[in-house]
Design a protein around this ligand. Structure first.
Ligand code: ADP
Length: 499
């Protein structure tokens, strides 16, 4: 394991540093204007690499949620947005994607400063965000209604119409990408929206708000509220003026959002929640590819990925060999300043997560698992934990059942295909899974039997906007992307016409 020295709290590019220095804490975008919280409160966002403050942002409260809903409602019902042809909405989304491309390096650097992911990963994720905005720009003009097989004397048809005001609440692990995954479909379908980024990573959402304004979206179409879950997220979930809430985050918060919908206006809810994804290696796999991807599968963004392959099932005969190789690979990661291109793993994104991951080191050891790599923090400033490979794990242990959201993998042996599927499915989650084998029949059989929204065969972490994304079981409700994306962002209207 290589560990580089403490990073400065500074941006590398003068443009990003100037933005950080010059920006105001009036970070609420409501009705096209940047404003402070009505309470005047602000809070600080911290660089997880140095634990130093990056800047202050507005701390919104319920009264700001009301103002944002009013602005989004006005923009949905009057003004230029509802008058726009779909092609014009597509053009605005393309403008936005183009601006994101022009600012890719700056956006990535800001993401690294606020979240701690390595700069290379940040660039790749900003690219994913850009692709998703382009995808939805192209998809705007694909939202067709249909004509019904009406009886003679009738002409009946089905319209697809926007829902109204969409609320989007996102987590801190891949902030800009998560924001784009919500903004793209909500706006493509003709809705207006309010975005609440996570409290620990608000900066790229603020920059995105600037770019959305620059792209020419009418005022109030996109509104941004920085702040905390209970003061902003919960009022959004309970708001009668919000027609749909799309959420990415933890299962507990997702449940609360669904309950809030049930108690209030039955707003539509899409939930993209956690995972404890099984990654299954058979002895006939291409082992080099399996090891490299398994490492990426649990260590990318320091393990803070909902689809992370944190339960590594390995056929018993090759388990020790895989543990050794994975331990070596984990130990060879270079941890340090994530802005340094030589760094291959940065810190965790915030202090709460740092403490949570450390607590699981103790849970694992107390349960009898053995940390072959890691299992400890780094003695340096910043929220750094070492990539951790737990051996001697049983699928029933807490470290194998609970989402840790850090670079921690549990290696679990299996005997045969049946056992691998049985254990793989023995979880409350069902977000993703992977299978490594050269046997085509086995690959497809396991892919069919695994209960997960995404299954990778001989690969990991691949996403594509043409493919639906979401979870089975307690990993979520509904899907993002894919050919049916618009079903989650529009209402269907049956129109009967008597001829
Ligand atoms: P984590 O615990 O990993 O931060 P959360 O689900 O709490 O995951 O956070 C994801 C997002 O949900 C964040 O933007 C957070 O502010 C928001 N959030 C937290 N609590 C609530 C809540 N009660 N209602 C709505 N949103 C919330």
């Amino acid at each position: 394991m290589t560990v580089t020295t403490a990073a400065p709290n500074q941006a590398r590019s003068p443009k990003v540093q100037a933005w950080l220095d010059d920006r105001s804490s009036d970070s609420l975008l409501i009705g096209g204007r940047w404003v402070p919280a009505k309470s005047g409160k602000t809070f600080e966002t911290v660089n997880p690499t140095t634990e130093q403050v990056l800047g202050a942002v507005a701390e919104a409260g319920p009264e700001d949620v009301d103002a944002a809903v009013a602005a989004a409602r006005a923009a949905f019902e009057s003004g230029p947005w509802p008058q726009m042809a779909p092609g014009e909405r597509a053009r605005l989304l393309r403008n936005l994607a183009g601006l994101m491309e022009e600012n890719l390096d700056e956006l990535a650097e800001l993401e690294t400063l606020d979240n701690g992911m390595t700069i290379g990963t940040a660039q790749a994720f900003v690219q994913v965000a850009i692709e998703s905005i382009y995808y939805y720009a192209g998809a705007v003009q694909q939202v067709f209604g249909s004509t019904a097989p009406s009886a003679p004397g009738n002409f009946n048809y089905i319209l697809r119409q926007p829902l109204g005001v969409v609320g989007a609440i996102i987590p801190w692990n891949a902030p800009l990408t998560a924001a784009s995954w919500k903004i793209g479909p909500a706006l493509a379908a003709g809705n207006t929206m309010i975005l609440k980024p996570a409290e620990s990573t608000p900066l790229t959402a603020i920059r995105l708000g600037e770019l959305i304004t620059e792209a020419g979206f009418p005022p109030g179409v996109f509104n941004l509220l920085t702040g905390f879950g209970p003061e902003v997220g919960a009022p959004m979930a309970n708001h009668y003026g919000i027609n749909k809430l799309t959420f990415t985050g933890s299962v507990g918060t997702g449940r609360g959002i669904l309950e809030a919908s049930a108690r209030t206006n039955l707003k539509r809810v899409t939930l993209e929640l956690g995972g404890k994804s099984p990654n299954i290696i058979f002895p006939d796999a291409d082992m080099d590819a399996a090891i490299a991807n398994s490492l990426a599968g649990f260590a990318t963004i320091t393990g803070q990925v909902c689809v992370a392959g944190t339960r590594l099932f390995v056929q018993r005969d090759v388990k020790d060999e895989v543990v050794d190789a994975l331990t070596g690979a984990a130990d060879s990661l270079t941890m340090g300043d994530p802005l340094d291109p030589a760094t291959t793993m940065g810190p965790l994104a915030n202090k709460a997560q740092f403490e949570r991951v450390q607590s699981y080191f103790e849970v694992g050891k107390a349960e009898g698992a053995v940390a072959k790599a890691g299992g400890e923090t780094l003695d340096r400033p910043g929220y750094f934990v070492r990539p951790t490979v737990f051996d001697g794990v049983e699928n029933s242990m807490r470290i194998a059942q609970e989402e840790i959201f850090g670079p921690v993998v549990s290696v679990i042996p299996f005997s045969d295909e049946y056992d691998a599927v049985l254990q793989g499915n023995d979880t409350t989650y069902g977000l993703a899974a992977a299978v490594w084998t050269r046997d085509v029949s086995r690959a497809h059989t396991v892919a069919r039997q695994i209960q997960a929204g995404t299954v990778w065969i001989n690969t990991y972490l691949q996403l594509d906007p043409t493919m639906p994304f979401g979870g089975f079981k307690e990993s979520g409700l509904g899907r993002e992307f894919g050919p049916d994306w618009y079903q989650h962002f529009t209402e269907e209207k049956a129109v009967f016409l008597k001829l």
